[in-house]
Design a protein around this ligand. Structure first.
Ligand code: ADP
Ligand code: MG
Length: 487
């Protein structure tokens, strides 16, 4: 990991590139957020096709795909767009709608905005024919159509102890498709990187063999297509399509097959045929196969025939590395302190972690201000309020006293013994970083010390933490203990 040396340079911008990726991020976030507020019809027709133009001086400019759409959106949804933009940036920003025809060329390859998960239950908007030939480019198509998200590649995935096994398994599948690693079953709770790895397998397989017929589908898409094929009396075509014409079948969130017996049956047969033909199957779910209720036993058994690997929440080091990588991808450089702050406080899912980062980078691009720790804290406040409300000065003092094995009275007293001084300084710094207390308030709580003493301690600990690995470890352990305390 690299971090800027000069602490005052918190954000390195390459103006045009960064502005573009900020606009892209903002547009992506906004479209995602809009999905939850609109009917599918309006979202698909008007919001999903929006393209980022720029993001500067408090204004996010988006292009609609025709003059008509642009005007219609202005007439009906300008307030909602402004509201969503303000929400995404924590209170700043308006949306300016324009129509730029050149941004709406037919090639969707690089855009790859992933539909929010609740949309995946809807029939795909593209013609069925487009779902399969991910690689069979039409003669006039400049690039092959792909439904794989271009950002979800192995290179952008940060492995760590919590996902190492799954990561390695995915790579093994690319190396040896259809071998003893089929099916590969990836499981873990939401936001742990399952979909990311699934797409990464698709990309890597295509990179090795551009002719490979790769199909990525959410389980809901599978079910919908199956139902449609029955309704439209073309089940044979559906069946042939998935049983014959697929080299790599990537199915996301198989838990949604629960309770749908006809679709399960169809999937079961497809699975068997592909398996017998030594085709690779990769499936994800939120649980271990045998824990998915409403899934037939014979299917559960088959799903655990090959390799089963889980993804858990990455540890703090990996979380910071992920943030660093994501920041790089969005073209912002955040101070290490900010990365650590986010990494420490957000431990629910990688998706949340990424959301926080995008929010901060969007904020900084709209205001043109670099992001510092104070901004990170204030913009994440609504998210983090719960955690920080549980922490009190007293808790910090007790925690530091027990960690350093010193008495509480000594910590608050006048002793200058090394261990006690260190405990006191670390505790004051923890209060400064994690509680919104002023220096004088902290001073008073620590046996009536002067605010300048607190300030000197905080500076010292922060500086030493940069060089002293032991202190870094101590700091992380204390933070972890502090943030996990239940009231
Ligand atoms: P899931 O499918 O398990 O719910 P996703 O694959 O959608 O989770 O991941 C959520 C977000 O977190 C994605 O943007 C993904 O890129 C990111 N992510 C998860 N794990 C990692 C990781 N180890 N390295 C980089 N990004 C990750
Ligand atoms: Mg997923």
């Amino acid at each position: 990991m690299t971090f800027p040396d000069d602490k005052n340079v918190q954000l390195n911008r390459k103006p045009s590139e960064n502005a573009r990726s900020h606009a892209e991020n903002m547009c992506h976030q906004l479209i995602g957020a809009a999905r939850l507020r609109l009917s599918l019809f309006v979202w698909e027709g008007f919001f999903r096709p929006l393209k980022p133009v720029s993001c500067e001086n408090g204004t996010l400019t988006l292009s609609a795909h025709s003059e008509f759409h642009c005007n219609w959106l202005k007439d009906h949804y300008q307030p909602l767009l402004d509201e969503l933009c303000a929400e995404e940036t924590g209170g700043l920003g308006v949306v300016n709608l324009v129509h730029r025809p050149e941004l709406h060329v037919k090639d969707e390859t690089d855009v790859a905005i992933e539909a929010p998960s609740d949309l995946k239950g809807q029939p795909p908007s593209t013609a069925d024919a487009e779902l399969l030939p991910l690689t069979r480019s039409k003669p006039d198509a400049p690039k092959p159509q792909t439904r794989l998200n271009g950002r979800y590649i192995f290179d952008n995935f940060v492995p760590g102890p919590a996902n190492q096994m799954a990561y390695a398994a995915c790579q093994a599948v690319v190396e040896h498709p259809g071998s003893q690693y089929s099916p590969l079953f990836l499981f873990g709770s939401s936001g742990m990187g399952k979909t990311h790895l699934l797409h990464a397998i698709g990309h890597a397989t295509l990179a090795r063999n551009p002719k490979a017929r790769v199909v990525y589908m959410s389980t809901e898409e599978w079910v919908n297509e199956y139902i449609l094929s029955i309704r439209e009396k073309r089940f044979d075509a559906f069946r042939a399509k998935y049983r014959r014409d697929v080299d790599l079948l990537l199915i996301d969130d198989i838990q949604f097959l629960a309770g749908k017996s006809a679709s399960q049956d169809a999937f079961f047969h497809t699975f068997n045929e592909l398996h017998e033909a030594h085709r690779q199957i990769v499936v994800t779910a939120d649980k271990y196969p045998h824990e998915i209720e409403g899934l037939e036993e014979r299917l559960r058994t088959r799903l655990s025939w090959g390799l089963v690997a889980d993804l858990r929440m990455p540890d703090i080091e990996t979380r910071i590395a992920i943030l660093d990588r994501k920041a790089q991808l969005c073209g912002v450089t955040l101070e290490r302190e900010v990365l650590e702050y986010l990494g420490t406080h957000i431990s629910s899912s990688v998706r949340e972690l990424e959301g926080a980062l995008l929010r901060l980078s969007a904020f900084s691009s709209l205001t043109g201000q670099p992001v510092g720790l104070a901004d990170a804290r204030s913009y994440l406040k609504p998210l983090l309020r719960k955690a920080s409300e549980r922490i009190t000065v007293n808790k910090v003092i007790d925690l530091a006293a027990s960690y350093f094995d010193v008495r509480r009275e000594d910590l608050l007293g006048k002793s200058r013994q090394r261990q006690i001084t260190l405990a006191r300084q670390v505790a004051m710094t923890l209060c400064r970083v994690h509680l919104e207390k002023s220096l004088p308030e902290i001073g008073r709580a620590f046996g009536g010390r002067d605010h300048s003493t607190v300030l000197a301690s905080v500076r010292k600990i922060k500086a030493n933490k940069e060089k002293d690995i032991g202190l870094q470890t101590t700091w992380r352990r204390l933070e972890k203990a502090l943030l996990n305390t239940e009231t």
